[in-house]
Structures are given as C-alpha cells and as structure tokens.
Design a protein around this ligand. Structure first.
Ligand SMILES: Nc1ncnc2c1ncn2[C@@H]1O[C@H](COP(=O)(O)OP(=O)(O)O)[C@@H](O)[C@H]1O
Ligand SMILES: [Mg+2]
Length: 259
C-alpha cells in the first residue's frame, strides 16, 4: 500500500522498555499499514503489547527501532487529527461537567461558541445521547459514559480515531449496541479507526482488517482482510460462512497453531 491512501505505515517497529531485570522487549518487528477510511482491529492477549502499540501510533511513545509514519510524515509526537479513546473511561469524564461540556472538552480552545455547540450536538446525536446532554457523569451507565468519551473524540472531527479496548468493560448486550454505534459513526464520517481488543469476535465484526499480535514480545502472527460486506449485522454477519472462516484462521493464529 502506498501514496495518499495510506494513513499509517508501521515498519519493523520494536519497543523495549526498562524493567527491574534490564531492558524488556515488548514488541518485535511489527509491520502493517492502515488505509484511509479503514477500520483496523488489533487483537491479542493481555500483555501482548497492544496498548504499547496504540501509544506508538498516537505519538505517546517512541519505538526503539523501526518507523511509524502518518500521512507520509514520521510520528514523533501526538499528530494533528488523531484522537485517542482510552480504556479507562470511568476516569475519562470530568464529574463536575455535564455530558455536553465533557463532549466539548477537545474543542474549547479553538472553536467559537456557536460552532462548538453544533459540533457537540452532532457528536451526541451520532452516539445516541442527545437527550442526556445536561446530565452529569454519575447519572450515566457505563455504556453511556463510554459513548460520551466517543462523542468527545468525534466532536474534534478527527481524521483518525485510536481506541484501546473501547468496549472491554461492558456487558455483552451493551457491547454489541456500542459496536453498532461505532459502525454507524464510521459510515457517517468515514473516519479511519484503529482499535485494540482482546475479543476476537469484536475484531472481526468491526474491522476491514485484523492484525493478530501474539507472544512476548508481541509479534504480528497474522494479518487478514475480513472481506465482510457493510453494513454489518450482529446476526447475519456473525453467521456468515466468511465470518466463520475468518474466525477460524484468527483463532488458530491467536492460539499459536502453526498452520
Ligand atoms: N511503561 C512501561 N514500562 C515497562 N514495561 C511496560 C510499560 N508499559 C507496558 N509495559 C509492559 O509491556 C507489556 C505489554 O503491555 P501492554 O502494551 O499494556 O499490553 P496489552 O495492552 O496487550 O495488555 C507488559 O508486560 C507490560 O508490563
Ligand atoms: Mg492494554
């Protein structure tokens, strides 16, 4: 993949971190690319280096070796147009601010009042929280709180959304509802999305491409195009022959089978 359609190009990235018994290798020789408008899921077990990889993409951590570029430019600090949604959404919202004012957090300094309001309204509408705009975080369920965090990211109108296990702590029904919220947002905005998950089914259901990280240090053991049609459906998609085929291949890769 080359040219303007490439958002991220990650080449032979390695990360080492200091530990009590000397430098520890966290990621080794990680290579993949992300095209404009794609949803890419990175799946792996706990400890495989997923969060570290997302921090590298977000310019929060420099790789020890290899290179990462975004829109053809090296990532050296948090790039413009990239917004991260963190795992720990319970702490991401400011408890003394309403939903609307939490959503506005990323656009307060450089967007005028009227435009800000329009962007906040639109973002809340996309995540289905228009009627909660004057609530406070303590009045929200976990799923709603995570939707506010997503709305906050959307209000910035980012080119790229990076998400670390966005639905990891939610119950199964809330999780599948939010997966569909995210797919709807993607359909409306075309935002490029890279997300991390330890849930194989979530990776397949959401993604155009799934990257499997395995081992310690984490290496890419498989990259697969899901080739599942959009719009997707929680039942039809998950019951399709292609879905099961992809699931089989990814499951084997995660388990560490040779073939
Ligand atoms: N700042 C750090 N310093 C040292 N080791 C770290 C640091 N951050 C993460 N690690 C180690 O890197 C490994 C991968 O962590 P992480 O990227 O959080 O994995 P995952 O998100 O897949 O669970 C873990 O063993 C973790 O202890
Ligand atoms: Mg993690």
């Amino acid at each position: 993949m080359a040219g303007p359609l490439t958002v991220y190009r990650v080449e032979s990235v390695g990360v080492r971190m200091p530990s009590a018994d000397g430098p520890r290798e966290i990621l080794r020789d990680v290579t993949f690319a992300v095209a404009t408008g794609e949803i890419v899921g990175i799946v792996g077990r706990s400890g495989a280096g997923k969060t570290t990889l997302l921090r590298v993409l977000g310019g929060l951590h420099s790789p020890t070796c290899g290179s990462v570029s975004i829109f053809g430019r090296p990532v050296t600090r948090p790039p413009d147009g990239v917004v991260m949604v963190f795992q720990d959404y319970g702490n991401a919202l400011l408890p003394w601010r309403t939903v609307a004012r939490n959503t506005a957090l990323g656009i307060e300094r450089n967007v005028g009042r009227a435009a800000r309001r329009a962007k906040v309204d639109r973002a809340l509408q996309m995540v289905g929280l228009s009627d909660r705009s004057s609530d406070y975080p303590e009045q929200l369920s976990g799923g709603m709180a995570q939707r506010v965090q997503i709305a906050r990211a959307l209000a910035v109108e980012p080119a790229v959304l990076l998400m670390d296990e966005p639905f990891g702590a939610l119950d199964a029904l809330t999780k599948s509802a939010l997966q569909d919220v995210l797919l709807n947002v993607h359909q409306q905005t075309g935002t490029t999305i890279v997300f991390i998950t330890h849930d194989l089914d979530e990776a397949i259901y959401l993604s155009d491409r799934v990257v499997v990280l395995n081992g310690e240090p984490g290496v890419v053991v498989l990259t697969i195009e899901t080739e599942l049609p959009r719009p997707r459906d929680q039942f039809d998609t998950r019951e399709s022959a292609r879905y099961l085929e992809v699931r089989h291949l990814l499951g084997r890769a995660l388990r560490g089978d040779d073939d």
